[in-house]
Design a protein around this ligand. Structure first.
Ligand SMILES: Cc1ncc(COP(=O)(O)O)c(C=O)c1O
Length: 373
């Protein structure tokens, strides 16, 4: 398989570990190993005595048990654990899709959600989200694309959305699932930002709970702030498909890291604590962003996100957004992500607000714009 470079990851690789102010991260504030081990009395002792052999390929049973509790109606046997969400996307696409198949992807999108399918030789229709519609994609266009492409196999969704922070309403999400059901399509639902709804009433049902061909992609990286664990999963009712995904995993990572599985299970047993802490950071930082964009309304167009730790505002001045972000990183050490990394035109950039030091990063950003814009 020949696959194009992952633009966003290549951009981050250049600056992420040198820029002092990360203002575009999509993950929330992290936790230390010591903080996690302090969540339970015997955890430290158990962790020290953990054997570092191969682990169960489907994922540690205790971990799958905890993951299944994130859903209404998913059993531990209906969960397959991966090395990050990224491996789940890669394997799902490779197992489900054949060259010539058609899929529909809500776009702009995290690149692997369409690039893996393209590399396999599929035709990808982008289900466009536009700023003039507050990023809300048009259900009519989804239906039209399915009608016009009889070989459509799957709809790829992501809500809360990277990079816009758009969140479907419950009615819209149900309607999409009904369209998929009527046409026998898989729904691959990237739910890695689930549980970061500012208002819990905005939480969507999980695709795996709604539909036998629905797959829910989850991860420890974003809401739980634990990307270094590299633990993600797919929850699905379609056990035959899950077995095929597990068989493909024998060629990628075989099984997951034992220390990561232990820490992920521990974290999920105390998920309310982790979610609450990160949601509080996100809510406070979002208020700061509202005030910041209100103050600089002449420079930026602000579309307030509906959920999650990222948003996708637009620069008003007619300047190249990539040059703007590079200049900002080089002069003031503040990292924003230009929208060009998502293969779209326009002058949007991604701003992330799940980190504790976001207020300082925002101040440094303000210094830059006051001097340079
Ligand atoms: C929408 C979306 N899906 C999947 C991933 C991949 O997650 P991970 O890096 O934890 O594998 C990301 C990471 O940024 C993402 O934003």
């Amino acid at each position: 398989m020949r696959i194009k470079d992952f633009k966003l990851e290549r951009f981050f690789a250049k600056y992420e570990f040198s820029a002092p102010y990360l203002l575009s991260s999509s993950d929330c504030e992290s936790f230390t190993v010591a903080e996690l081990l302090a969540l339970e009395e015997n955890a430290e002792e158990q962790f020290k005595n953990l054997r570092l052999g191969y682990t169960e390929a489907q994922g540690n049973p205790e971990l799958r048990d905890e993951i299944s509790k994130l859903y209404d109606n998913v059993k531990p046997e209906e969960v397959l654990v991966f090395s990050g969400a990224e491996e789940g996307i890669f394997i799902f696409m490779n197992v489900l899709l054949e060259p010539g198949d058609h899929i529909i992807v809500q776009c702009p999108a995290y690149q692997s959600l369409y690039a893996v399918a393209e590399a396999i030789g599929c035709r990808v229709t982008t289900w466009e989200m536009k700023p003039e519609n507050w990023w809300r994609p048009d259900l009519g266009l989804l239906k039209k694309s399915i009608c016009e492409n009889k070989n459509t196999k799957a709809i790829i969704l992501n809500s809360p959305h990277n990079p816009t922070g758009f969140q479907f309403s419950g009615e819209e999400f149900d309607a999409i699932v009904e369209i998929a059901k009527a046409n026998g399509l898989y729904v691959f639902s990237d739910e890695v930002y689930r549980f970061l709804e500012y208002d819990p009433r905005d939480r969507l049902p999980a695709a795996a709970d709604l539909y036998e061909k629905g797959l829910s992609l989850g991860v420890m990286s974003k809401t739980f702030g634990l990307p270094g664990l590299r633990i993600g999963w797919i929850a699905a009712k379609d056990r035959k498909l899950l077995r095929r995904l597990a068989a493909f995993k024998d060629f990628t990572t075989i099984c997951n890291s034992a220390p990561s599985e232990f820490l992920a299970a521990l974290a999920l047993r105390h998920r309310e604590i982790l979610i609450e802490r990160n949601l509080e950071i996100v809510r406070k930082n979002l208020e700061l962003l509202d005030a910041f964009f209100e103050k600089h309304t002449g420079l930026f167009e602000w579309i307030r996100p509906g959920a999650g730790p990222i948003a996708f505002p637009e620069l008003r001045p007619d300047i190249d957004v990539e040059e703007f972000c590079v200049d900002l990183a080089e002069k003031n050490g503040v990292l924003l992500l230009p929208g060009t990394m998502y293969d779209i035109g326009g002058r949007q950039f991604r701003i992330g607000f799940g980190r504790k030091n976001m207020p300082e990063a925002l101040k440094e950003f303000e210094k830059y714009i006051e001097k340079n814009l």
